[in-house]
Design a protein around this ligand. Structure first.
Ligand SMILES: C[S@@+](CC[C@H](N)C(=O)[O-])C[C@H]1O[C@@H](n2cnc3c(N)ncnc32)[C@H](O)[C@@H]1O
Length: 130
């Protein structure tokens, strides 16, 4: 399975995702918490389901460049337009099948992204990729 399953997430949420999940102090607090959990910032950081960078952008301020995988081109386009987006490398991919030669000290997945994979088998695929 190599195709990227875009479920239309970015198109469904276009214009109001950031009102539903604001880039506020709570997001900054989660980013700080993840940075504190990171075993070694120099070993790299990968987010599965990066969206518009709500967590990855502030996290990059703590740990350096974050690679963010997402299946929605629209969400990645919104991420690229964010202030601070230079801290995140957007990658168009499906977290069930994503592979990379890079190794990351921390791979994380937040905000219910795993629950968007609708079967235990698909969730297990993503966890295995991580
Ligand atoms: C609830 S949003 C979370 C976005 C971001 N992590 C945050 O905290 O704001 C879920 C994201 O997962 C992405 N997504 C859903 N299924 C995916 C899949 N199979 N592969 C990659 N990304 C996926 C969606 O496009 C969406 O951007």
């Amino acid at each position: 399975m190599n195709e990227i399953a875009d479920i239309g997430y970015g198109r469904q949420f276009d214009g109001w995702y950031d009102r539903l999940f604001p880039k506020d102090g709570a997001a900054a607090g989660v980013a700080k918490k993840i940075a504190d959990l990171h075993p070694d910032h120099s070993t790299g950081t990968l987010e599965f389901g990066v969206g518009t960078g709500r967590i990855a952008v502030p996290l990059s301020g703590h740990v350096g460049r974050v690679t963010g995988v997402d299946s929605s081109e629209e969400m990645l386009a919104a991420l690229r337009a964010e202030p601070g987006a230079a801290g995140v490398e957007p990658v168009h991919g499906d977290i069930r099948t994503y592979t990379s030669d890079e190794r990351y000290g921390l791979v994380y997945c937040v905000c219910g992204t795993l629950s968007m994979l609708l079967t235990p088998e698909d969730q297990a695929l993503a966890v295995r990729r991580a």
